[in-house]
Design a protein around this ligand. Structure first.
Ligand SMILES: [Zn+2]
Length: 344
């Protein structure tokens, strides 16, 4: 019986030693230490033994069980460690490798310029107004002193949807709408940025779609000098404190008198160069005093109220400020062009 136990022990320990997985070990445990296993069987036959032999064999049987259980446990933790090691090796990360850069976008140059201009005028107490891009003939032309058949309409050929509905050719209808909504009794101090449309052939300086920002101030006792003061502040903040402005007489149907504003050329400082075409000045925007007819159509009494208006193209402002040489760059969405201005 003693030899049988020794033999079982040896068998079991060999199997433990050769076990290749935790499952193998479980099988060994069931086979040798289970209730139907050979050791239990040996113990069942103890009744046949003498009184002296019984405790000796019992002790031996227990020792054998313990040795096998211990061997299984040791082997199991070795197998688990090995598995963990293998996993760590397979999943290892080289923390010294360069990371994948995160693609971060930025505002379009045109958006940045429009926001910069907006901020500047908000700082002077103007509010931002927006209006529809599909506009009625009335608001796009008639309310702005451009009745049907007016020759100045030819300069603003647009995309008509019906006889009376078109893609707006300027943001001026927003001015007419804003004034109209005040019922002729309240001052207006606003700028209106937005997209406008004209039937132009696209080239380096023309686009069938472009952006405008117009401004309007209507109140009692508004004078030409107020317009000049606001435009001067705008020009100096946008292009630098050393820039001078000049106003030249011009014509727009909705303002009287009308002016074009130039700023002194940054490149030559007024001497004359290729950028300013030898004049020392660069044209920036147009403006003037709101025509009495426009005030009247919007419900204001021109004898009591006066106002000024101006309009500019953010594309032109951006082109001058950042040296962009073709207006089409703004619309072709070439990421190489746009990326240059993400921090602008
Ligand atoms: Zn110049």
């Amino acid at each position: 019986m003693k030899e049988r136990l020794e033999q079982l022990k040896q068998e079991a320990l060999n199997k433990v030693e050769n076990a290749e997985s935790v499952q193998n070990l479980k099988d060994v445990r069931v086979e040798y230490l289970g209730k139907k296993g050979p050791i239990t069987e040996v113990l069942r036959g103890m009744g046949k033994l003498s009184k002296e032999e019984r405790p000796v064999i019992g002790q031996l049987a227990n020792d054998v069980r313990e040795s096998i259980a211990e061997a299984i446990e040791t082997k199991q933790s070795r197998l688990e460690d090995a598995a963990m090691e293998k996993q760590l090796e397979e999943e290892s990360i080289d923390v010294t490798l360069p990371g994948r850069p995160v693609q971060i976008g930025g505002p379009h140059l045109l958006t940045s310029i429009v926001e910069e201009i907006e901020d500047l005028f908000i700082g002077m107490g103007f509010e931002i107004k927006e209006g529809p891009e599909v506009e009625t003939d009335y608001y796009n032309f008639e309310a702005l002193n451009l009745p049907k058949g007016h020759p100045a309409r030819d300069m603003q050929d647009s995309f008509y949807i019906t006889e009376e509905l078109l893609m707006r050719t300027h943001t001026s209808p927003v001015q007419a709408r804003t004034m109209g909504a005040r019922n002729g009794g309240e001052p207006v101090k606003m700028i209106c940025p937005g997209k406008v449309y004209r039937r132009d052939t696209d080239d380096a300086t023309h686009s069938h779609q472009f952006t405008q920002i117009e401004g309007l101030l209507v109140d009692k006792n508004v004078r030409m000098s107020d317009l000049k003061g606001v435009l001067n502040a705008f020009a100096k903040q946008m292009f630098g404190a050393e820039r001078e402005i000049r106003l030249r007489p011009s014509f727009f149907p909705f303002t009287e008198p009308s002016v074009e504003m130039d700023i002194s050329c940054k490149v030559c400082g007024g001497e004359g160069c290729s950028v300013c075409k030898g004049t020392g000045w660069i044209e920036i925007l147009g403006g003037g005093m709101v025509h009495p007819n426009v005030l009247e159509m919007a419900g204001y009494d021109p004898k009591e109220y006066s106002g000024f208006a101006f309009g500019m193209g953010p594309e032109r402002i951006a082109m001058l400020k950042y040296g962009v040489d073709d207006i089409r760059h703004f619309y072709t969405n070439d990421i190489r062009f746009l990326e240059q201005y993400h921090k602008a």
